[in-house]
Design a protein around this ligand. Structure first.
Ligand code: FAD
Length: 624
């Protein structure tokens, strides 16, 4: 019988046991994590210094331990080795912060859930020779140190970072260009078109200031060509970056065939000439199997299709909407960010737009006061906006697409030239043969990961849309870097406090951290400083007075805990508040930081001053 004790854990004593990861009867290997300890600064798993069967456990959750405390006794299958020191996922410089609230539903950033799944999957799926698939016990060599599946913003970032860290990397992508949804059919093409929409609107608004441009002539083909030029500049740039880093780009559809192997099948989605001229693996060359030491799954998501909707070219998704075949009358089903951004483009280009949304407001999840200026603006411009209303039937008729509605604001069935369905995206977790690698995929297709982006199989990581909400490119790329660094052996974990959200509508809406709605629902104490853009000089010089900035503060510390901005360029401005939250900035810091004048960014400073009672740009009556 071998006793396993708490090893040297540095300067810490009386550290709390927050989880016991094994039970009597479990067969454990050297370095199997036994318990999780939590100090003020870090959580750490204590690995086993012996292999064998657990006979008894001397600790329970909540116990306090120090170096030498007995953890358990093992009927040894092998000789005991000196206890390896635990690998604390150290978080030295920032106070602990909860995982972003929005993550909770879809991303189980709790080690416990993942461990349970890891244990289950290891038992169910691991090949006999490697009972703990996490470990490279085969001692074999692999084709690659790292294979990244999917070349979206998560995948290419992960691949490039891994290569920069000295790993031999393959990037597997089924599409002809790198960049994933974001660069090819998401963030970038939509923003290119939104810029065109903005210029059209601004030109029109200048009329009332004495500058008239005349009615815009829209050449949709040319506009589409310009959008595609922007996209290909960026995706082409990624190809060059991959080459410079010696990342091998493999075209084709990748599927796991074992915990360390992936089969890449041919794909007919690539114009062969494009691929061949770049000298990369052509899709027609035949299937290829590659092996890897580590893998990062970055296979992203795809549009959700509504059941029962006819297959008709006049019924489109966001990718179809980017094709810019302009209809006279269009319905957008879904009042979320993607639907409203495309509505904004089509409205500016002359289409009569209507929007129908199932929940009680546009952009669910965003504070109502931030959405209101958008509602007001588009309420005047769009043909109809219906909330609390659902679409019950869509019929493809010769004369148009007939849509039937039901709900509080439902109208009579209507005929549209086009219907854009933008009701969300679903992860690709069930399409990559994850089961062959023993990777757990939940019923919705998401892959659960821990705070280091590890799946239940610890040499396989997952990042981006496929691990959960919010499905945003900047979250994916942050996670990509992190996963590559963890795979390389760096002691890092996901400790970003906040992930900003932006709707690039007109006006733009951006928010970060705790929202007012969330604070009220969860009983989070907050106080607020806000500033109307009607009193901001820069905003007025832009001919806009409908914006607003608000900052939420912790009443005890006056630190920034959240904020929201609505108005032109809100998406750029929100980063100041994200940084403020990450850096524990308080109201005085924000208010005393000299902001350039005249800028929209002053509204952040003014909001802090309003909260502090030092604002002079508006008269704010003193608090009683
Ligand atoms: P993806 O970008 O989805 O990339 C996954 C890649 O994996 C794809 O290239 C896919 O072809 C490949 N792949 C999948 N399965 C396989 C397989 N088996 N074999 C080989 N390759 C495979 N986010 C923002 O942050 N800001 C925005 O402004 C924004 N605007 C958007 C606008 C629209 C219209 C849409 C649709 C999305 C927008 N998003 C935006 C969301 C953003 O695009 C995604 O969050 C982001 O692309 C996710 O990155 P990812 O790396 O996880 O996956």
């Amino acid at each position: 019988m071998t006793k396993v004790n708490v090893p040297d854990i540095g300067d810490f004593k009386d550290v709390e046991v927050i989880d016991v990861l094994v039970k009597p009867g479990d067969e454990i290997a050297l370095e199997t994590p036994l318990v999780t300890l939590e100090t003020e600064k870090a959580t750490m798993d204590v690995p086993s210094s012996a292999a064998g069967v657990v006979k008894s456990i001397s600790l329970k959750k909540g116990d306090r331990v120090s170096k030498g405390s007995l953890i358990l006794e093992v009927e040894a299958a092998g000789a005991a080795a000196p206890a390896p020191a635990p690998a604390p996922a150290a978080k030295e410089t920032k106070a602990a912060a909860p995982a972003p609230a929005k993550e909770e539903e879809d991303v189980p950033f709790t080690d416990t859930i993942v461990r349970e799944q890891r244990a289950k999957a290891a038992a169910a799926n691991a090949p006999a020779a490697a009972p703990t698939p996490a470990k490279d016990t085969s001692g074999g060599t692999y084709d690659f140190d790292m294979v990244v599946l999917g070349a979206g913003p998560g995948g290419y970032t992960a691949a490039f970072r891994a290569a920069d860290l000295g790993m031999k990397v393959a990037l597997v992508e089924r599409w002809p260009q790198l960049g994933g949804v974001c660069l090819n059919v998401g963030c970038i093409p939509s923003k290119a078109l939104l810029h065109a929409a903005k210029v059209i609107e601004e030109a029109h608004e200048m009329e009332s200031f004495g500058v008239t441009f005349g009615k815009p002539q829209i050449d949709a083909v040319k506009l589409k060509g310009w959008k595609e030029k922007v996209v290909s500049k960026l995706t082409g740039g990624l190809g060059i970056l991959a080459k410079q880093r010696k990342v091998e780009v493999i075209r084709g559809i990748g599927k796991f065939v074992s915990p360390h192997e992936m089969q890449i099948a041919n794909t007919d989605m690539t114009p062969l000439s494009t691929v061949l001229s770049k000298g990369e693996n052509a899709p027609g060359e035949g299937a290829r199997k590659i092996s890897f030491k580590h893998c990062i799954i970055a296979a992203g998501s795809e549009v959700v299709r509504l059941p029962g909707v006819p297959d008709d070219p006049r019924i489109i998704d966001s990718t179809g909407a980017l094709e810019l075949d302009l209809p006279k009358r269009m319905l957008v089903v879904g009042g979320g960010i993607i639907g409203l951004e495309m509505a904004c483009v089509y409205d500016a280009l002359g289409t009569k737009v209507s929007v129908v949304e199932l929940t009680d407001g546009l952009i669910p999840g965003c504070d109502r006061d931030l959405v209101r200026p958008l509602e007001k603006r588009i309420g005047k411009r769009y043909e109809k906006i219906m909330v609390k209303t659902k679409v019950t039937k869509i019929e493809a008729l010769k004369e148009g697409i007939r849509v039937t509605f039901e709900g509080e604001q439902a109208i009579e069935p209507q005929m549209y030239d086009k219907v854009l369905i933008a009701v969300g995206r679903s992860p690709n977790g069930k399409k990559i043969g994850a089961e062959a690698a023993g990777v757990v995929v939940n019923e919705r297709g998401f892959i659960p990961v821990d705070k280091q982006m590890r799946t239940n199989v610890s040499h396989i990581f997952a990042i981006g849309d496929i691990v959960g909400q919010p499905m945003l490119a900047h979250k994916a790329s942050h996670e990509g870097k992190l996963a590559a660094e963890v795979a390389h052996g760096e002691k890092r974990f996901f400790d970003a406090r906040v992930i900003p959200s932006v709707a690039y509508t007109d006006p733009e809406i951006a928010w970060v951290g705790v929202t007012e709605t969330e604070a009220k629902a969860k009983g989070i104490a907050f106080e607020k400083g806000s500033f109307p853009w009607s009193a901001n000089a820069r905003s007025l010089t832009l001919g806009r007075d409908d914006g607003m900035t608000k900052v939420l503060f912790d009443p005890a510390t006056h630190r920034v805990i959240g904020g929201g901005i609505v108005g032109p360029n809100a998406g750029d401005l929100i980063s100041e508040l994200a940084l403020a939250i990450e850096m524990n900035t308080d109201a005085a810091d924000l208010g005393l930081t000299i902001h350039p004048h005249p800028t929209l960014s002053e509204t952040v400073m003014f909001s802090a001053e309003a909260y502090e009672g030092t604002l002079t740009d508006l008269y704010v009556p003193k608090k009683a």
